[in-house]
Design a protein around this ligand. Structure first.
Ligand code: AMP
Length: 284
């Protein structure tokens, strides 16, 4: 595995790979890599001739009140995980490398950025769309891999890539979980023992919602109320939202029909966790 710190070096290496007719797969991450990230890397390694992983804690996607300063880092462990997964290149730019004179340009994706995460983190998705657009432009991947854990993020990136005509296939991969159902997240390391013991409530609430939908419930507010009630049973959990929506627009327009996505966001102290699951109504 080769570690590259500058845009210039990475462009050179990947330009040569593409000129030789090799396909390039890309996995963007913020590091502190876990089995969820590894599943994306393995998918890329198996689908592509060359795989690039970026590790960059992107300041643009954190609001001033958020956890940029305490975001966990583990450069040694990250490199070992990349090596073991068969990754070819790890791009670890500094903030100065990515944003040499701050950033005057921003990419913002309408509609799909607005609900749910967009309501609680109004500047988050423009930070994500901007850095991913920049990384796509630097790397020129054929395929890029994202986790379904950040369901709305995948929708935002897909729309951005389509609108800006990036010739990249945006691929989403399933959520990797701990045995009690908690979705793996770099942020889980900040949970106290007591918070961690209650964090399985996210997936439990989603499964309760999914059961209701599978049993014929089509009123999103009934499904949402059941998920909220489940979360309220964990005393340390503070709910941001519990939503039953269309998987593509992240909104609901009247009764649920066909494919449905259930999404929750919950705070345990300063640690904010998100999770989601897909289900479908009885009548398509
Ligand atoms: P992050 O480092 O949190 O920015 O995540 C980098 C990529 O890994 C994103 O596409 C995430 O959706 C994905 N990811 C994070 N956690 C998981 C997980 N538990 N299962 C699958 N993918 C994940």
């Amino acid at each position: 595995v080769r570690v590259l710190e500058t845009i210039g070096e990475l462009r050179l290496v990947l330009g040569e790979a593409r000129a030789a007719g090799l396909s390039v797969g890309f996995v963007p991450t913020m590091g502190y890599l876990h089995a969820g990230h590894v599943s994306l890397m393995e998918a890329s390694v198996s689908d592509n001739d060359v795989t690039v992983v970026s590790i960059f804690v992107n300041p643009l996607q954190f609001a001033p009140s958020e956890d940029l300063g305490t975001y966990p880092v583990d450069p040694t462990g990250d490199l070992a995980a990349c090596r073991e997964a068969g990754v070819d290149h790890v791009f670890v730019p500094s903030a100065e490398q990515m944003y040499p004179s701050a950033m005057s340009t921003s990419v913002s994706v309408g509609e799909v950025s607005a609900p749910l995460e967009g309501e609680f983190r109004p500047t988050h998705f423009s930070g994500v769309a901007t850095v991913v657009a920049k990384l796509f432009s630097i790397i020129g991947p054929c395929r890029a891999y994202f986790g379904a854990k950040d369901w709305q993020q995948v929708a935002v990136v897909r729309r951005m890539a389509a609108d800006l005509s990036f010739p990249v296939d945006v691929i989403d991969r399933p959520i990797v979980r701990d045995p009690d159902g908690l979705a793996l997240s770099s942020r889980n390391v900040h949970l106290s023992t007591e918070q961690r013991s209650q964090a399985g409530v996210l997936q439990r609430s989603l499964l309760i919602g999914a059961q209701l939908v599978a049993a014929g419930e089509t009123d999103p507010s009934v499904v949402e109320a059941a998920m909220k009630e489940a979360i309220s049973r964990a005393p340390l959990a503070d709910l941001d939202y519990a939503a039953a929506v269309r998987p593509d627009t992240l909104t609901s327009d009247g009764p649920l029909h066909g494919e449905v996505r259930l999404l929750v966001a919950v705070r345990f102290g300063r640690v904010r966790l998100i999770d989601n699951v897909g289900c479908r109504t009885l009548e398509p």
